[in-house]
Ligand binder design. Structure first.
Ligand SMILES: *Cc1c(COP(=O)(O)O)cnc(C)c1O
Length: 219
C-alpha cells in the first residue's frame, strides 16, 4: 500500500522535484517499506523521534527536519541531519552553525518564510530575511549552507489563495537567488507542497515537496 501510494505521488510530480516522505508518527516498518521502493529522503518534525528512527534504519537515508526546531535540541541532530527546512530565527541559525562546527561538517538549511494567513505558522517575512542574511554575523558563519527557502500555505480550500502564497514564496526564492546569493549553485531548493497541495506547489515552481499522509495514510 505504501509503495503504491509512493509510486502514485512520484508519477504526479516532475522528475526534478525531490520528494521528502514525511514519516512523523509512523513506525520504522513503514519507513522500511518506502525505503525498499527506493525512497531515501524522509522528513520528521520531532528531534527525539528522528534520532530514535535514524539509529534503527539504514545509514544512507537522508533525514530532513521539517518542523519548528528548538535551539537546545540542535545538538542531537547535528551529527547526521541532511537538511533543516525550518530555520525561523537568527538564534537558531547561529546555533546550527555552532553545532556544525563542533561536528566538523557543513549543515545545509532552508530559510522558512511565513506565507500563510494563519498566525500560528513560523517563519520570516522577506524584510526580516533580507536584514538577517545580509548581516555580518550570518555571513561569517562557516559551517552552515543556505540551500533555499521553505514555506507552508494556509490550510484552506481556496485554491487561488494557496497558489498566491506559493507564488509569493517562489518570488522570494528568485529574489534571494539573484541578490544575496548571487546565483550560487547550491541555492536551488524551494520546499513547498504537502499532501493536500503538492500538485499546486509543483505548478508554482516547487523543487521539493514534503508529503506524509498521501503516502503513509492518515495520522
Ligand atoms: C506534517 C508536515 C508535512 C506533511 O503533511 P501531510 O499533510 O501529511 O502531507 C509537511 N510539512 C511539514 C512542515 C509538516 O509538519
Amino acid at each position: 500500500m505504501i509503495q503504491e501510494q509512493l509510486k502514485k505521488v512520484l508519477e504526479e510530480i516532475p522528475s526534478y522535484v525531490t520528494l521528502v516522505a514525511v514519516s512523523k508518527t509512523k513506525p520504522v516498518s513503514s519507513i522500511l517499506e518506502a525505503y525498499a521502493a527506493g525512497q531515501r529522503h524522509f522528513g520528521e518534525n520531532k528531534v527525539q523521534e528522528m534520532v530514535d528512527k535514524a539509529a534503527q534504519l539504514p545509514a544512507d537515508i537522508q533525514w530532513h527536519l521539517i518542523g519548528h526546531l528548538q535551539t537546545n535540541k540542535v545538538k542531537y541532530i547535528a551529527p547526521f541531519v541532511a537538511l533543516i527546512h525550518s530555520v525561523d530565527s537568527l538564534k537558531l541559525f547561529l546555533e546550527i552553525n555552532k553545532q556544525a562546527v563542533k561536528n566538523n561538517r557543513i549543515i545545509p538549511v532552508l530559510i522558512q518564510f511565513h506565507i500563510a494567513q494563519e498566525e500560528t505558522k513560523f517563519g520570516f517575512s522577506i524584510e526580516e530575511a533580507r536584514i538577517m542574511l545580509e548581516s555580518e554575523e550570518v555571513k561569517s558563519c562557516s559551517n552552515i549552507r543556505i540551500d533555499g527557502v521553505m514555506g507552508m500555505a494556509s490550510f484552506t480550500e481556496n485554491e487561488q489563495q494557496i497558489r498566491t502564497e506559493f507564488r509569493t514564496l517562489k518570488s522570494y526564492f528568485n529574489e534571494l537567488k539573484s541578490t544575496v546569493f548571487n546565483h550560487q549553485e547550491h541555492f536551488t531548493i524551494c520546499s513547498m507542497g504537502m499532501s493536500g497541495d503538492y500538485k499546486l506547489a509543483c505548478e508554482e515552481g516547487s523543487t521539493m515537496i514534503r508529503v506524509g499522509s498521501s503516502i503513509f495514510g492518515l495520522r
